[in-house]
Write a protein of this length. Structure first.
Lengths: 231, 134
């Protein structure tokens, strides 16, 4: 990931990214996509191999159990033969037991080896999965970068064909200010209209002329109160 | 969510009292130019990829910034980017942009919220950074 980010930064730094650099990037993503496919392939193979090994271990376990079971039952046979004084028969059974035990040891050794290979393979699978996740993350960065570059190139072409050129920030700011002024005017007009509708504007004019109904009634009350009090 | 269904959905939609004027941008990739009512001066460009819906607004070009003010502008942009709702600041080629990206599984409401926020943020940012302009 670090390598991909550094590469992108080097490509971006300095002069304008012309289409040439976008081409380099898309080659980068093609290489990454190939690596991703190789990694996926390797992972699939390793998983198949792992499944086969695990099946083999299970089969060995079954064989080992069969050998132990056989040895055990033959041991009972041998005891019975000895109890019946059949020395010769008991010896024959004992030879069988030795055979079973020998096979059991061989099978167990084979299992140990298989288990070691299984462990190794599991590690390989884990490593491949980690590598795969890494490639996917890198690919996403590279592809997004490509896409953003292509998109902005497309927008620029479009703007240039519709207008003489991309409007500058100053021009945009001017248009924003004009709209905001229009909105303020509209709001002012609305507030004025509301005042007229409620008669508030007339009240304000009267007040400005020194005619204030509210103040007048307060004064009336005060005059009445003064008149009531004996001086 | 693809650009076709967005064109259809946004055409008649209202979000927080705002409407959307959608125009496809000619070219190989599906890109939309979306003007949000009340912030028409800063159109949002939207494109959909397999991993995200990318929305961006052009703020200004590097050539429009006073050269001596560039380091201070960059510092301010980095600092302001974190608290700004739903948008981040960035640079593509010579364009300084404010952008936001959404999951491709986002709902229409989420996309509309992003568009309104982004267009409003762009206006606030332009007015904020006006002093850095040539």
């Amino acid at each position: 990931m670090k390598a991909v980010l550094k590469k992108l930064m080097t490509a971006m730094r300095g002069s304008v990214n012309e289409l040439g650099e976008a081409v380099v990037d898309s080659q980068g993503s093609r290489i990454l996509e190939q690596e991703l496919r190789d990694s996926e392939h390797e992972l699939k193979q390793a998983k198949n191999e792992l499944a086969a090994l695990m099946a083999e271990v299970a089969s060995l376990n079954r064989q080992i159990k069969t050998e132990s079971d056989s040895a055990e039952s033959r041991e009972q046979d041998a005891r019975k033969a000895l109890a019946a004084g059949q020395e010769e028969l008991a010896r024959e059974v004992a030879e069988r037991i030795v055979g079973h035990e020998r096979r059991k040891v061989e099978l167990t050794q084979a299992r140990v080896q298989l288990e070691e290979r299984t462990r190794g393979l599991k590690e390989r699978v884990q490593k491949a999965e980690k590598q795969l996740a890494e490639y996917r993350r890198e690919l996403q960065v590279v592809k997004t970068n490509e896409r953003v570059l292509r998109t902005t190139a497309q927008i620029d072409t479009n703007i240039n064909s519709n207008q003489s050129s991309l409007s500058t920030a100053r021009e945009t700011l001017e248009r924003i200010r004009e709209r905001q002024a229009r909105e303020e005017d509209r709001q002012g007009a609305r507030a004025q209209l509301e005042k007229e509708l409620t008669g508030q504007d007339l009240d304000e004019k009267l007040k400005a002329a020194g005619i204030d109904a509210e103040q007048d009634s307060v004064n009336d009350v005060l005059a009445r109160l003064r008149g009531d009090q004996p001086s | 969510m693809d650009t076709q269904s967005l064109i259809l959905a946004l055409g008649d939609a209202t979000h927080a009292g705002r409407t959307f004027n959608v125009m496809p941008v000619a070219g190989d990739d599906p890109v939309l130019q979306i003007a949000v009512s009340g912030a028409d001066e800063t159109p949002v460009y939207l494109t959909v990829t397999e991993s995200q819906i990318l929305c961006l607004v052009y703020l200004f070009e590097e050539s429009e910034i006073r050269t001596s003010a560039l380091p201070e502008l960059h510092e301010s942009m980095l600092r302001i980017s974190v608290p700004m709702p739903l948008s981040a600041l960035g640079k593509v080629e010579n364009h300084y942009v404010v952008y936001g990206s959404l999951s491709p599984t986002s709902s229409q409401t989420e996309v509309m919220q992003e568009l309104v926020t982004l267009a409003d943020n762009a206006i606030d940012l332009l007015q904020t950074f006006e002093d850095f302009l040539e």
